[in-house]
Design a protein around this ligand. Structure first.
Ligand code: SF4
Ligand code: SF4
Length: 176
């Protein structure tokens, strides 16, 4: 299998620089509003701030993959003497909490790195530089390119199911 270079986008989070201003939540929800910039509801943001000023906790968390099931256990983190509660560091949209769910439809939200922008909006708006953007190249295995016949067969299998396609081929081959 051949290898190809792939651009990997990374946002680095320096928790110590975050002051809890929540500008990242506002700009993300506003950028993704329909029409763009027509509202700024943090509930629709793909980055959320876990915030407890009394304990000096300001933790920006990005929405990751959706998961249909809850964890069977929970993890607690103690970082620099501060204890984070069970779900604070998790990026998933899951049944246990309302975080990272579109408030009207309930559909899961996921950070798309502001696809099409030269720099993610949350990074641009984070004036304290808690968020920084990096790009790096990684070599990845290239998916094998399918031939015309394989593409056709694949779409038939997706549409009708493998068994039906195989039955049809068997029937046709008897005729031939
Ligand atoms: S904009 Fe930056 S400083 Fe403000 S809450 Fe977000 S990450 Fe923290
Ligand atoms: S990178 Fe874009 S989509 Fe992701 S949290 Fe930041 S503003 Fe939202």
């Amino acid at each position: 299998m051949s290898k190809a270079k792939k651009k990997i986008k990374v946002i680095k989070i320096d928790v110590d620089k975050c002051n809890g201003c929540r500008a990242c939540e506002l700009i993300c929800s506003s950028f993704h509003a329909t029409p763009k910039y027509s509202s700024n509801n943090p509930e629709r943001s793909r980055i959320r701030l876990i915030r407890d000023p009394i304990k000096d906790i300001y933790l920006p968390v990005y929405a990751g993959e959706y998961t249909p099931s809850e964890c069977t256990g929970r993890n607690k983190y103690v970082l620099d003497g501060r204890e984070y509660s069970e779900c604070d560091t998790c990026r998933a949209s899951c049944p246990s909490r309302s975080l990272f769910k579109e408030p009207d439809s309930g559909l899961p939200l996921k950070c798309d790195m502001c696809d099409g922008e030269d720099e993610p909006m949350c990074v641009k708006w984070c004036l304290s530089k808690a968020l920084t953007y990096e790009e790096r190249e990684e070599e990845r295995e290239e998916e094998p390119k399918l031939g015309e016949m394989e593409i056709g067969l694949e779409s038939l299998v997706n549409r009708h199911g493998l068994q039906k396609v195989m039955d049809t081929i068997a029937r046709l081959s008897k005729k031939g």
